[in-house]
Design a protein around this ligand. Structure first.
Ligand code: ITT
Length: 307
């Protein structure tokens, strides 16, 4: 199919499916309408996401990618609960929010994070993964009508309103799921480029890796739009995608490639902008064969890039 990747989203959560559909441009997503889903018995998000994708592989269209997603909200004062068990904490929506607010009644430390893990299995069985994290805090009471789940009580760092108030457009750019989807696309693009580039320890190699990465095909080009920097030009200017009144941002990029084992490397790409006031880091965990095992995005949300 012309530049379109066919995939099956192995989830029963229609909210997640709607969000993901918009987060993977160039992909045609179908859902998996079957019975007998396995329990979420994994000890990590990635294990649960993989189990959903594998269940899809057993029961779904063999010609499509299978995508599983596992997500949750981790509350600092509750030692990371409900975390992996977020869907089973209480029925989604008002009941789960009521329980969370009850548990946090009178607790001053409101810090929390959303985590999303996406695992995609190709028709041939290769696996790629992407992680996205959104840091924030739990509000005193629910506000807003956008999003789903815990969105009415989650205020992201740097914001004063809940995700449900910030709305679906905001979520599409900044949510933990948006970050995981970009990480997944990056993993798919990076795999191609790194086969050619190999791994090394010096900045020249890192820049070579990234230059190849950005030029490496439709998915890498999509990522290039999110990171419109010329590698090696430090600092560089990000053109704002917002209204003409938005000033260009000064960004400084640094890259590093380190071997963690003879056959494994981690490529770190950090952007700091507005004179280091905010920073954003991507970690690519890569095998020498070029297979990207996983990608993690952390830090402040990337500013709007030119589209
Ligand atoms: P599947 O397992 O079928 O994909 P699920 O809803 O059970 O659907 P999870 O096991 O990943 O999905 O549970 C994640 C729960 O965490 C979800 O039910 C919500 O309550 C919460 N959650 C995840 N992402 C969220 C988001 O973007 N906004 C608000 N709450 C979210």
């Amino acid at each position: 199919m012309d530049g379109v990747t066919r995939a099956t989203f192995c989830s029963r959560n229609a909210h997640k499916a709607r969000e993901l559909e918009r987060l993977l441009p160039g992909w045609s997503l179908q859902t998996l309408d079957v019975e007998g889903w396995p329990d979420e018995a994994g000890e990590t998000y990635v294990e649960n996401a993989r189990a959903k994708a594998r269940f899809g592989r057993q029961h779904g269209d063999p010609g499509t990618w299978m995508i599983g997603e596992d997500s949750g909200i981790e509350v600092e004062a509750l030692d990371g609960r409900p975390g992996l068990h977020s869907a089973r904490y209480a029925p989604e929506g008002a009941p789960a929010i009521a329980r969370l607010l009850r548990e946090l009644d009178g607790v001053p430390d409101r810090r929390a994070r959303f985590v999303s893990e996406l695992v995609a299995l190709s028709p041939a069985g290769e696996e790629v993964a992407g992680t996205g994290i959104l840091e924030g805090r739990i509000a005193a009471e629910p506000h807003g009508s956008g999003g789903f789940g815990y969105d009415p009580v989650f205020v992201p760092d740097g914001e004063e309103r809940t995700v449900a108030e910030l709305g679906d457009e905001w979520k599409q750019r900044h949510s933990h799921r948006a970050r995981a989807a970009r990480a997944l696309l990056a993993a798919l693009g990076a795999a191609l480029a790194l086969v050619a580039a190999g791994c090394g320890g010096d900045p020249k190699t890192a820049n070579h890796v990234l230059a190849a990465f950005f030029a490496g095909g439709p998915r890498a080009r999509q990522l290039g739009k999110v990171f419109p920097h010329k590698t090696g030009s430090v600092p560089c200017v990000l053109e704002p995608g917002g209204p003409a009144t938005v000033k260009p941002l000064q960004a400084t990029c640094s890259t590093d490639v380190s071997l963690v084992k003879p056959d494994r490397a981690v490529v770190t790409l950090t952007e700091a902008w507005n004179h280091g006031a905010q920073a954003h880091t991507w970690f690519f965990f890569i095998r020498r064969s070029g297979v990207v095992e996983s990608v993690v995005q952390e830090g402040a949300a990337a500013p709007q890039a030119r589209r």
